[in-house]
Design a protein around this ligand. Structure first.
Ligand SMILES: Nc1ncnc2c1ncn2[C@@H]1O[C@H](COP(=O)(O)OP(=O)(O)O)[C@@H](O)[C@H]1O
Ligand SMILES: [Mg+2]
Length: 207
């Protein structure tokens, strides 16, 4: 697994420079902590790594991002989830279905058995028949992580996912991320302060 970001520059359409020539390279599985103060462009960078910019959001972008030497600009919108999964700070923006099983199985047509297996791995099989509306914040984030994993992405980005979680969910998610690392994935944990990252192997600061 390899992630390479070359001279990434992102500007909003109204000319606000957000990411200034950011370069980064990582080969092999790892948990990376990406920190930077509020407003420095972390979420924008996360959108770029996951292809949301420019595939779904209109920003001016220069520079390239390669995953296993494939330029992500050349990956179809419908395929990008097989390369990068992303979990946002606010899970309510990412839940589309009213029952957990459909949410986890989306967007691939997962069989019931496959969905159950992922939920078991994450230890959330008890949530299977629940309505997503009634889940706690931590449960919602786990469901979104499970749903991302249904596509088996090579890279997983968690954008300020830990800040609002209690110890129980922090531990549960970090233990699971360590297992994913062992499977060869690159995991990027974004927070505004280093103390908020429960575990990392390498730290990068976005200025
Ligand atoms: N579409 C946009 N138009 C103008 N400014 C934007 C746009 N998107 C983000 N920004 C600005 O870019 C800066 C970085 O935003 P963001 O990536 O969300 O930072 P972070 O996640 O580090 O807090 C902020 O000042 C934000 O207001
Ligand atoms: Mg942010």
């Amino acid at each position: 697994m390899k992630l390479e970001i070359k001279d990434l520059f992102i500007e909003s359409v109204d000319g606000n420079k957000i990411v200034n020539d950011f370069s980064f390279i990582q080969e092999d599985e790892i948990i990376i902590g990406l920190i930077g103060k509020g407003g420095c462009g972390k979420t924008t960078l996360a959108y770029a790594i996951s292809g949301i910019i420019p595939k779904f959001l209109n920003y001016y972008k220069k520079g390239e991002i390669f995953i296993d030497n494939i330029n992500i600009d050349t990956i179809e919108k419908s395929e990008i989830g097989k390369y990068v999964g992303i979990v946002f700070q606010n899970p309510d923006y990412q839940i589309f279905f009213n029952n957990v099983e459909s949410e986890v199985g989306f967007p691939v047509n997962f069989s019931k058995g496959q969905t159950e297996k992922i939920m078991e791995l994450l230890g959330i099989e008890d949530l299977k028949n629940k309505k997503t509306d009634y889940l706690s914040y931590g449960e919602k984030k786990l469901v979104i992580l499970a749903s991302n994993l249904s596509l088996d992405p090579k890279i997983i980005v968690l954008d300020e996912v830990f800040s609002s979680l209690d110890k129980y969910y922090k531990k549960k998610i970090i233990n699971f991320l360590k297992q994913l690392k062992k499977q060869g994935k690159i995991i990027i944990i974004i927070e505004n302060e280093i103390d908020k990252i429960p575990y990392f192997d390498r730290i990068t600061e976005l200025l």
